[in-house]
Design a protein around this ligand. Sequence first.
Ligand SMILES: [Zn+2]
Ligand SMILES: [Zn+2]
Length: 466
Amino acid sequence: MLPVSTVVPHVLQSATAPGCFPTNRSVFFSHPATILTSIYVWRIVMIKSVKGTSDILLPEVLLWQYVERTMANTAKVYGYEEIRTPTIEMEELFSMSVGQSTDIVEKEMYAFPDKKGRHLVLRPEGTAATCRAYIEHQMNLQPSPAKFYYMGSFFRYEQPQSGRKREFHSFGVEALGEQSPVQDAEVIDMVMTMLSRLGLAHLSVDINSIGDDNCRPAYKEALRAALAAHEGELCEDCKRRMSDNPLRVLDCKREDPSLLESLPKSADYLCTDCEDHFHRLLSTLDALKIPYRLNHKLVRGLDYYTKTVFEVISEDLGAQNALLGGGRYDYLIRHLGGPATPAVGWGLGLERLTSVLTARYPEFTGSLAIPLAYIVHSETAMAVAFELRRTLAGAGWALDLDMRQDGFGKQLARASKRGARMALILGEDEIAAGTCAVKDLTSGSQLTVALADVAACLASAVQKQS
Ligand SMILES: [Zn+2]
Ligand SMILES: [Zn+2]
């Protein structure tokens, strides 16, 4: 069961006003004898969000905050620190890393020239930028491995369908500088902890090894030879991929599954080093009791992976059930001009995760932001009311403050409407005495306390209820 936070800070909801622009200046002439009249004709223009992007509103945003907080806290306790890289990067960072022949680089990048003609992109994924930052700031000189988590917006120009957004949100981790397969197991173990803290059960790992520069060329050759016999059956993209990156064919959703199943398996072509790495990883997962399944068709869509590739599956979610994917990318940092640095990581789409959690725990998103107490006050008590709010909010109490300062009855009605459990009442008498009336809005009971004692009063009310 997900913990449901009952008291969360008041969240301001801003209304989005439609844009109002003069679009057409028209001059109307009435009868020639009358005075010339000119008016602006205004047309209301409703500005909508960009295709493939969404607003994340209440109550869903509460779930997003909870998911991001839980994942970030778990990463922290596993020894991973946050890294924040820019939203825009140089275009070649991704063509060099993600791969020239991938869908992302070929079709999906938001690329544009800036005013000086530089080729920029809105970042399509997180790993390459983390590696760019690692190289740029010479993090190889710091204690190794360097462990990071990141979260934020990413951009791909895709057809927005089946939950895919053009601006989407990811959470990812990267461990840079460690080649041991135990490091691969750690990033997998961490995400299992994160997902089970979020209430997801029946998790397992789909895993494969796609080898390295020693053994992959022979595997690619074998794959090309096998594919050549079926060239006529392949989709247009795969016919093209067959020569430069035949592994991508295994990933293609348009191919016949039985054809893919019959193709040579990368695990049968591993060199001693890759085979040893893969076996040690699997025995570590066995020791950690993390269930896994060997999936020979799993290659991941990006060119930079070596050795380990994996996806985490929740068996509760039906056929298209991968929650996240990741793998090892031992050559990427060197390829981008840095020192040879083995690395492993994963990335997870937050749109998918939050929709899965919403479907499983609909009651979670029902917990709206409500203040614990609502300050009711007269106009002359305004400065004291703000001061009391500032002090209590500074101590973490969720409060709302009435803005209209009309009759106390009306203010108390608004307090109840907001769902507040208590009202803190500041009238003329209270101001003169340096006190505050604390009213329980459920029972109607009321007591008067010194202003300095209000926090203790709220604490005891919360304790009494819990
Ligand atoms: Zn294909
Ligand atoms: Zn190898």
